[in-house]
Design a binder for this molecule. Sequence first.
Ligand code: IMP
Length: 428
Amino acid sequence: MPDKGSCTVIVGCQWGDEGKGKIVDVLAEQVDIVARYQGGANAGHTVHVGDDQFVLHQIPSGVLHAGRRCLLGNGVVLDVQQFFEEYDALLKRGIDIEGRVGVSYRAQLLMPYHRFLDKAVELAADTKIGTTGRGIGPAYEDKAGRRGVRVADLLSPNRLDKRINAAKDRVATRLEELGAGTEELNEAMERTLALSERLLAIATDVGPEISGALRSGRNVLLEGAQGTALDLDHGTYPFVTSSNTTAGSAATGSGIGPTQITDVIGIVKAYTTRVGEGPLPSSMAPQMDEHVRMLGGEFGATTGRPRRCGWFDSVLTRFASQVNGLTGIAVTKLDVLDTLDEVKIATAYKTADGRTREFFPADTWSLAEVEPVYETMPGWHSSTCDVRRIEDLPRNARAYLDRIEELTNAPVCFVSVGTKRSQIITVD
Ligand code: IMP
């Protein structure tokens, strides 16, 4: 029997930081459940409600809407300590989340030693990735290596002890090899394990819960973290995160079947940003880079690092459209470009041998050498912040969006023109 409810995936189509948090927050109004399907505390989803700003790292962005059920699927790596800090901070700020948040029994636990390893490996590496230092890579390594600890392991203290003791020995040897200290690790482990009961109290079977909700006509949002170009398989490897960020993993990471997904909305910023190491082909010249960073407040929500800025790269977003099977796109931060004289869109890459390519290459190292082919369009020199209907946008801004839509091969369904909930244009 087909589901009666809708299941929409929200996926980043650049290098993360596309503004997914804001779009999830806006769409959460129309759904009953919001679930995260991958990543962990490396994400930083910023949501503005009235004059308040919330930065969510692990709890889904739908949490700011009363009554919405918020789930963390099996695909996430859960930093328990950070998770409850975030949980308690929300409670303190008056967000009633008791009974609304659930975590999959199948989710992997990100332990303090994963954080220690992440930092030590990065420090010692010849090729630095510029990770967030949140332990994401080592946690997914343990998952793939079948050494991980899952929420369900907390049900059996004996089994848990065994797995953790084995991990401790392994980690101590590895950290010693890397010349890293382990002070405070034991204490951090104790603090994490002390939260076991609290975590078990909210553990649930996420896949069956979502499937049951869909069958009974309730609507679901599956919230991705990071972006397509940071996907472990499809991104700019090795300068990627350690999970599949793309829409295919929304089913795997939440425990439902792919045929239950009804829509995939790709989030693209009206320009491009990247934080961490790795190529950014459409990067802006230094002065413009600095200017747009200031206009857009482009500093990492998790690490505070300045983001590199680039022009809209349609080679990447066209690839993202294909790999995610987009049914629509939401363009965010259009207002950031309001004062520019002209805006550029990269439509192809010129490679070192003089050829023009329209497809995002698998060879990351060649990507570092390409020269983008740009189309330059006139700016609109007028504020879009108060526009609420697409037909009321300045003509040049509409032309810019039309071109993005054409080059990305997906219809624009939302345009965000500011940080507030109300600053959104919904396109029929
Ligand atoms: P990790 O996910 O911490 O292992 O970092 C791997 C790469 O992904 C680094 O380049 C990070 O800067 C980047 N990254 C991870 N999470 C985010 C995010 O939420 N937004 C933007 N970049 C991210």
